[in-house]
Design a protein around this ligand. Structure first.
Ligand code: F6R
Length: 614
C-alpha cells in the first residue's frame, strides 16, 4: 500500500532515493519522507529525517538542502495512510523516542495497541498515531548492539503484514530489511544494494535482484549480505534477473500512464497470447498448468475470487467457462468469500485474479480455499508476487507493468488469460478442434480490432465533453456486456469522481430507472449478440424517460444509430471476445472525463495501486 526504497552503498543516495520514490508513488501518495544516516565523525551516525504531507514533489522541496549530502545510507517512503491521519508527523520514516532506530514500513501491525501499551509501561513515549512508530520503538527496546537480532526479536512479537527497512545510529554500515505479506525486492549492484517495494525503483541501477520469502530478514552492508529467518537460521536467497525495461515504466510521449496503458493494449495482448495459441492444432498451450492438468480437467466447479476491476474480469470469466468449457462457476468478492465459511467441495478449483498479486483480500480468500482443499490458480500480472507464489499453478498476464492507478491493460490481459484458460479446459473436455480453431482465429484478430477502436479517441473525447457536467451516469449491458458495463462505471467514478452505476440492462427496471431524468447519460454496450433485441428494448425504455443514449455498437448497426444520441462503432467481434474491445471506449471515456474535470488521472484521490490491507 505504501512504497518503500532504501539504499546502502558507496555513492551519495539522496537523489537515488527521491527518484525511486517517484517511481513508487503510484503505490500511495498522501505523504512522503526520507531519512539519511550521516556519519558523525565518531564511528556512529546521525539521522536526518524530512517528511511532509503531499506528493514526492513536496518532499523534494522540504529536503532540498539535503540534495548535496554525502550520505550513502538512507531510507525513503511514500504513504497511503492506514493508521493515523494524513499529517506530517504520521508520515514515514519513524524514529523511536531515543533517536536510535529509524524505519520505514509498508503493511499493518495488527497487534500494535498491545505492543504500544507494553512499551509505554516500559517508559517509551509516542508522538504519532501510527503502528509503524510502535515497531520502531519495539526494535529500539530490544536493541542490544546488534540491529539484525533486534529486528528478528521484534518481528517475532508482531502479527500483521510488513515490509520494512531499518537503520540504527550505532551501526552506520548496516541496513536491515524484512518482509512478511508485503512485497520487497533487494537489487544487487556492485558494492551497493537498492531495496524497494518493486523493481521499478531498482531497474535503473541493476537487473540482478533477490526476492525475499515471508519471515525473512536481510542484513545489508557495503561488503555483502546475510539472509535469515526470524529465529536467526541462515537462508540461501533466490537471486534472479529483473524482467523490466526502463521504457516500460517511463511515460514517454504520453501525458498520463493511464493513457499510455490504454494505448499499449494491442501490443500487451499480443505478448500475452504469444506462444500460447496454436491455431493449426486447435490447441492452447499454458505451461504453468502442466503439473495439474489431470486435476483441472476433472474439476467440477470453479470459484473466482477478486476485487474491483479484477472481479469484473472474473465475471467475464464466468461467462467464458460456462459457455466454452461447460463448467459451473461462481465469482465472488474475495473480501466476502474469505469470511463466508464457503463450501468447497471435492474437485473445486479456486482462481485468484489480480494485477498486483498482492491484494490482501484476494490472497486471504485464496488461502481459505486452499486450506479447504481447492486446487488454486493465479491469474496475475506481477511475476513473483505473493499470489503467484501461494497458488498451486497459474498463468501470468505478461502485459508489462501497470502504473496508472486505474487498471486498464491488466483488465484486458485478465480477460485474455481467462479466455485462454477456458479454451484450454474446453478443448480437453468437450470442444472440437475446429471449434477451438475458429475462436483462436477470432482471438488473434483482437489486438488489431483494439487498434481500430483506439482511432476513435477524438470522437470519444467529444462525446464525453458533451456530458461532462452531468453528475450521474448509468452503464448498462447484458450477457458478456454486463461485466463490461460494470467496469465502465468503475473506471468513470474512480478517476473523474462522477457517480456512475453499472448493471445488467434488465435490472434497471427494478428500481434504478427512477433515477433517469432529462438528459441523464446512459451508456449502453449494445453490440451484436444473443441478447441484442432485448438491449434495444432497454434502450427504448430509457429514451422514453428522457435519458440520453450513448451506445457502443457493432460497426454498421443503423438501428442503434437511429435510437441513440451518440454511437461509438467498434469492429464486429465474436460475442465471447467482445469485452476485450468494447471496454476500450469506456476506458477512454473515463480518461477524458477526468482530464476535462482537471483531476490527477494517474493518482486519483483516496486510492492507491495495490490494496495490501483489508
Ligand atoms: C480499479 C482497480 C482496482 C483493482 C483492485 C484489485 O481500476 O485498479 O479495482 O482492480 O484493487 O487489484 P489487483 O488486481 O491488484 O488485485
Amino acid at each position: 500500500m505504501c512504497g518503500i526504497v532504501a539504499y546502502i552503498g558507496n555513492r551519495p543516495c539522496h537523489r537515488l532515493l527521491i527518484e525511486g520514490l517517484k517511481r513508487l508513488e503510484y503505490r500511495g501518495y498522501d505523504s512522503a519522507g526520507i531519512a539519511l544516516l550521516e556519519p558523525d565523525g565518531s564511528g556512529k551516525g546521525r539521522i536526518d529525517v524530512r517528511k511532509t504531507i503531499g506528493r514526492v514533489a513536496a518532499l523534494t522541496e522540504v529536503a532540498k538542502d539535503k540534495a548535496s549530502s554525502g550520505s550513502t545510507l538512507g531510507i525513503a517512503h511514500t504513504r497511503w495512510a492506514t493508521h493515523g491521519g494524513v499529517t506530517d508527523v504520521n508520515a514515514h520514516p519513524h524514529v523511536d523516542d531515543t533517536g536510535t532506530i529509524c524505519l520505514i514500513h509498508n503493511g499493518i501491525i495488527e497487534n500494535y495497541d498491545v505492543l504500544k501499551k507494553y512499551l509505554i509501561e516500559h517508559g517509551r513515549k509516542f508522538h504519532t498515531e501510527t503502528d509503524s512508530e510502535v515497531l520502531a520503538n519495539l526494535i529500539a527496546h530490544l536493541y542490544e548492539g546488534d540491529l539484525e537480532r533486534a529486528v528478528q526479536s521484534a518481528l517475532r512479537e508482531v502479527t500483521g503484514a510488513y515490509s520494512i527497512a531499518v537503520m540504527c545510529v550505532d551501526e552506520p554500515d548496516t541496513l536491515v530489511c524484512a518482509r512478511k505479506g508485503s512485497p520487497l525486492i533487494v537489487g544487487i549492484g556492485s558494492g551497493e544494494y537498492i531495496v524497494a517495494s518493486d523493481g521499478s525503483a531498482i531497474v535503473a541501477h541493476t537487473a540482478q535482484a533477490m526476492t525475499l520469502e515471508d519471515y525473512t530478514v536481510v542484513r545489508l552492508s557495503r561488503d555483502g549480505f546475510r539472509t535469515s529467518t526470524l529465529d536467526n537460521v541462515e537462508l540461501t536467497p533466490k537471486v534472479m534477473q529483473l524482467e523490466l525495461e526502463l521504457d516500460e515504466i517511463e511515460l514517454g510521449s504520453y501525458e498520463h500512464y493511464m493513457l499510455k496503458e490504454i494505448y499499449e493494449q494491442p501490443d500487451a495482448l499480443r505478448t500475452c497470447m504469444r506462444g500460447r495459441l496454436d491455431k493449426n492444432e486447435g490447441r492452447v498451450v499454458l505451461g504453468g498448468l502442466k503439473s495439474f492438468e489431470q486435476e483441472l480437467v476433472r474439476s467440477r466447479r470453479i470459484i473466482i475470487a477478486a476485487q474491483g476491476t479484477a472481479l469484473h474480469a472474473g465475471m467475464i470469466g464466468e461467462y467464458l467457462f460456462e459457455d466454452l468449457a461447460k463448467i459451473p462457476v461462481e465469482v465472488e468478492y474475495a473480501s466476502e468469500l474469505r469470511y463466508r465459511n464457503p463450501i468447497i467441495e471435492e474437485r473445486t478449483v479456486a482462481i485468484a485474479v489480480s494485477q498486483s498479486g498482492e491484494t490482501a483480500d484476494t490472497l486471504a480468500a485464496l488461502h481459505e480455499a486452499r486450506d479447504r482443499g481447492a486446487l488454486t490458480l493465479g491469474v496475475v500480472n506481477v511475476v513473483g508476487s505473493t499470489i503467484s507464489r501461494d497458488t498451486h499453478a497459474g498463468v501470468y498476464l505478461r502485459v508489462g507493468p501497470e502504473i496508472g492507478v486505474a487498471s486498464t491493460k491488466a483488465f484486458t490481459g485478465q480477460v485474455a488469460v481467462l479466455t485462454m484458460l477456458s479454451l484450454w479446459l474446453a478443448r480437453r473436455r468437450f470442444m472440437s478442434t475446429p471449434a477451438v480453431q475458429r475462436i483462436i482465429e477470432e482471438f488473434e484478430r483482437i489486438p488489431d480490432q483494439i487498434d481500430a477502436t483506439l482511432k476513435l479517441d477524438e470522437q470519444i473525447k467529444d462525446i464525453t465533453a458533451k456530458y461532462i457536467e452531468r453528475e450521474n451516469w448509468l452503464f448498462l449491458g447484458r450477457g458478456y456486456n454486463y461485466p463490461t458495463a460494470m467496469e465502465g462505471a468503475l473506471k468513470l467514478k474512480e478517476i473523474s469522481y462522477i457517480h456512475a452505476e453499472g448493471m445488467p440492462a434488465a435490472e434497471m427496471k427494478h428500481g434504478p430507472i427512477a433515477l433517469i431524468d432529462n438528459g441523464m447519460p446512459c451508456v449502453f454496450i449494445a453490440t451484436q449478440g444473443a441478447q441484442y433485441e432485448k438491449v434495444v428494448s432497454n434502450i427504448e425504455e430509457v429514451r422514453s424517460r428522457g435519458g440520453h443514449i450513448i451506445a457502443v455498437a457493432t460497426e454498421g448497426d443503423e438501428r442503434i444509430k437511429s435510437i441513440a444520441e451518440d454511437v461509438i462503432f467498434i469492429p464486429d467481434v465474436a460475442e465471447p471476445l467482445s469485452p476485450l474491445v468494447a471496454v476500450v471506449p469506456l476506458q477512454l471515456m473515463a480518461y477524458h472525463a477526468a482530464v476535462l474535470r482537471g483531476h490527477d488521472v494517474d493518482k486519483p484521490r483516496n486510492l492507491a495501486k495495490s490494496v495490501t490491507v483489508e
